[in-house]
Design a protein around this ligand. Structure first.
Ligand code: NAD
Length: 442
């Protein structure tokens, strides 16, 4: 099938290369010329395991190409996937200006029937509005929207950065929102190789389902973080509690890791957007507002603990391990780590950080406010305290003896509990995890 991707970011590029690997002819379009010129040379502009090889493979087979010309991107398109960003506005609702502009441009350019498939996460009612926008744009250039048929489909994406290719190729489920079943059925033919539940529903249900999924997962994280505080104050250990409840299949073991809270380009914006969606429907989503508040409080608590332990942070040297919002990605958008670094900097700390993949993207956000190290031990060298902010497995392999040697102080604040079972005390270090019991396990 002939597929066009509009917006070649994390979701768009992964969708494009994966559909190309299934034998479809894919053209990826983006307004970011720099991104497209890198991709034309076979270079992936961000870190995502497995993606680089698939880009090269798709290009070599002639199934994948990149363009900045919309007319070129649309000329043979049957399926047009909308994958542009829907970032938060100042009040937390989804900023739809990028997707609306993309759709308007499609309407101004289009000269044949297409299936217009929204992968971007958009508030309830958006797909219907996008369809009107295409019609208006078609009319603007003198084309009759009754002659050029656009079938609107919602196909929310559930991939996770860090395992995006795998998630796309082995999905838990595929949702298609549509007005009529036949349109959804045609899109599902493209997903025929995937053996998973494929669910067709109303456009509005598909839109709401995406936000609900992210809000529910965010709620699990905030819930376990609140329990972690109780554990810490009562002598329980959050890892044991999480294991115990996670064995219940009604609960499940995922998203039950206590820490400095969720971040990234989806959970923070999607929880806030769902709160706004509820508000626009005249509802006050109390539970979700608590989820968001608890998440912010985790960061406050973490910084407060450092301050209580070290005293005034002015001039204190702090080493940071991890800047990305989670392991296996270079994405620092709304990263809890970046927020904590900013707060420590605002309190006068002298910060040196290391992240295996996120240094370049972090530098764009933090600039020269901090120093950047080339490895974990250099980030910790001379530090009064070390903070672990992203759960990269690499941090577990750092030699504890050397770590204690290079640090000036002894405090290790682990915001992800990655070093929790490494007995840091045996190296003379003072370990502070989240929701952990200090006594040895049974
Ligand atoms: N990143 C994820 O893990 C993830 C997972 C599921 C869903 N989503 C959703 O998918 C959408 C895209 O997210 P992302 O992380 O891939 O964003 P991204 O910022 O990585 O990519 C968006 C791309 O859209 C391009 N763009 C903006 N306006 C455009 C236009 N008018 N025409 C063409 N391209 C345009 C940008 O240049 C950028 O390359 C969002 O709605 C997000 O919520 C993201």
């Amino acid at each position: 099938m002939d597929v066009t991707i509009i917006g070649t970011g994390y979701v768009g590029l992964v969708t494009g290369v994966c559909l190309a690997s299934l034998g479809n002819k894919v053209v990826c379009f983006d307004i970011d010329r720099d991104k497209i010129s890198k991709l034309k040379e076979g270079r992936v502009p961000f870190f995502e395991p497995g993606l680089q090889d698939l880009v090269k493979e798709g290009m070599a087979k002639g199934n994948l190409r990149f363009t900045v010309e919309l007319s070129d991107a649309l000329q043979d398109a049957s399926f047009v996937f909308l994958c542009v960003g829907t970032p938060p506005t100042e009040i937390g609702s989804a900023d739809l200006s990028f997707i609306e502009e993309a759709v308007r441009q499609i309407g101004l350019t289009l000269d044949h029937d297409i299936y217009l498939v929204t992968k971007s996460t958009v508030p309830v009612g958006t797909n219907r509005r996008l369809l009107s926008l295409v019609s208006e744009a078609l009319e603007e250039v003198g084309r009759d929207p009754r002659q050029i048929h656009v079938t609107m489909l919602s196909n929310p994406e559930f991939l996770r950065e860090g395992s995006a290719v795998d998630d796309f190729m082995k999905p838990d489920r595929i949702l298609v929102g549509a007005d009529e079943r036949w349109g959804a059925d045609i899109l599902l033919r493209m997903y025929a190789p995937f053996e998973c539940p494929k669910v067709i529903m109303r456009l509005e249900s598909a839109e709401l389902a995406k936000y609900t999924a992210n809000a529910f997962l965010a709620a699990k994280i905030s819930f376990i973080n609140e329990i972690a505080e109780i554990a810490e104050k009562t002598g329980a250990d959050i890892r044991e509690v999480a294991e115990a409840i996670g064995l219940d299949p009604r609960i499940g073991s995922k998203f039950l890791k206590a820490g400095i809270g969720y971040g990234g380009s989806c959970f923070p914006k999607d929880t806030r957007a769902l709160y706004q969606i509820a508000g626009s429907a005249g509802l006050d989503f109390h539970l979700l507002s608590a989820v968001i508040e608890v998440n912010n409080r985790q960061r406050d608590r973490f910084v407060a603990r450092i301050r209580e332990t070290l005293g005034d942070l002015t001039g204190k040297k702090i080493g940071i391990w991890g800047l990305a919002f989670k392991a296996n990605t270079d994405d620092v958008r709304e990263s809890s780590a970046i927020d904590i670094v900013r707060r420590l900097f605002a309190e006068g700390a002298d910060i040196t950080a290391y992240d295996p993949q996120g240094m370049e993207s972090a530098r764009k956000m933090l600039g020269d406010t901090i120093q950047y190290a080339s490895d974990p031990l250099s980030a910790a060298a001379g530090a009064d305290a070390l903070c672990v902010l992203t759960e990269w497995p690499l941090f577990r392999s750092v030699n504890g003896v050397k770590l204690a040697e290079v640090m000036r102080g002894t405090h290790v604040f682990d915001g992800r509990n990655v070093l929790a079972d490494l007995r840091m005390e045996t190296y003379g270090l003072t370990y502070h995890g989240i929701g952990l019991c200090k006594n040895l396990p049974l």
